[in-house]
Design a protein around this ligand. Sequence first.
Ligand SMILES: NC(=O)c1ccc[n+]([C@@H]2O[C@H](COP(=O)([O-])OP(=O)(O)OC[C@H]3O[C@@H](n4cnc5c(N)ncnc54)[C@H](OP(=O)(O)O)[C@@H]3O)[C@@H](O)[C@H]2O)c1
Length: 324
Amino acid sequence: MVHAIRIHEYGGPEALRWDEVEVGEPGPGQVRLRQTAVGLNYIDTYHRSGAYKLPQLPAIIGTEGAGVVEAVGPDVTTLKPGDRVGYAPLIGAYAESRLAPADRLIPLPSWIEDRQAAAMLLQGMTAQFLLRSTYAVQPGDTILVQAAAGGVGQILCQWAKHLGATVIGTVSSDEKAELARAAGCDHPIVYTRENFVNRVKDLTDGQGVPVVYDGVGKTTFMDSLDCLRPRGFMVLFGAASGPVPPLDLQVLAAKGSLYVTRPTLFSYVAKRDDLMASAADLFEVVHSGGVTINVGQTFALRDAADAHRALESRATTGSTVLLP
Ligand SMILES: NC(=O)c1ccc[n+]([C@@H]2O[C@H](COP(=O)([O-])OP(=O)(O)OC[C@H]3O[C@@H](n4cnc5c(N)ncnc54)[C@H](OP(=O)(O)O)[C@@H]3O)[C@@H](O)[C@H]2O)c1
């Protein structure tokens, strides 16, 4: 038996329970992992609250982790006991030990520490597809990143800067503005007191930006549209402030033939080749020093409820790691 954080019904952070669970032996295609670090992500709060429904309850939530292979299933030839691996996105992460499909695991190079892997795989591969695929950022672009001091936000700022872009970012406080600036955000805007649409227009000589990366959702979405230049890309990749209400598509014509997309990492790395290519791109930019992974805080895994409270009250910065 090992410990895991499970929910028995959807709810607030108090729904997270430190339960004893049985892991068992790996079946065909599976390995058993002893987990050394687990990543905290905003999606974990959607799974906990029921905003995203799980196939069944009780369930172990969490979608990112790193650890050591303890045992492999009968037909697994690509991994062996003792190998260090990480993974994302894969539900069932909030556990001391777990079973996982071998073909969703990413071998970790020796220079990546377990905590760093658990902090960066999900948020880093998200930044990778957002900046390289959804809208391919070009040198000379000026872009807008909402919640620039957050986990995905700090990686987006650094990577976009590395690609040669000028980065405008929003944050809720002066302290977060400094963190965003340190992550390469050229123009942090404290959107709790400043009108970010006016600032973006000022900073772009009235033109607007070619792309907005918006993981905040409800409270920023419509204003984000007003930051775009004609034919710009509205990339809504999350809903930290709540879901965006239905949109009248005619608005996109009126505001300049805009594009809107609602991408998720799951569809960008569904195939193993795409997963490995995304991870390789991320590892390269981190290894080269183009992106530094900032673990802003850690919590014991058993205190996951405190971590959720901190994340949902905007008290975290950068990435957060839970330690089994
Ligand atoms: N589509 C995908 O595949 C994918 C993958 C990973 C993450 N995401 C999304 O990306 C977003 C960021 O994820 P993350 O894990 O890196 O979290 P995070 O950015 O570290 O935390 C969320 C941030 O959102 C901002 N925020 C604004 N209004 C908020 C509100 N009412 N309540 C809580 N936070 C609010 C806060 O920054 P300020 O205090 O500066 O406002 C907060 O720190 C989330 O929406 C997440 O779902 C999507």
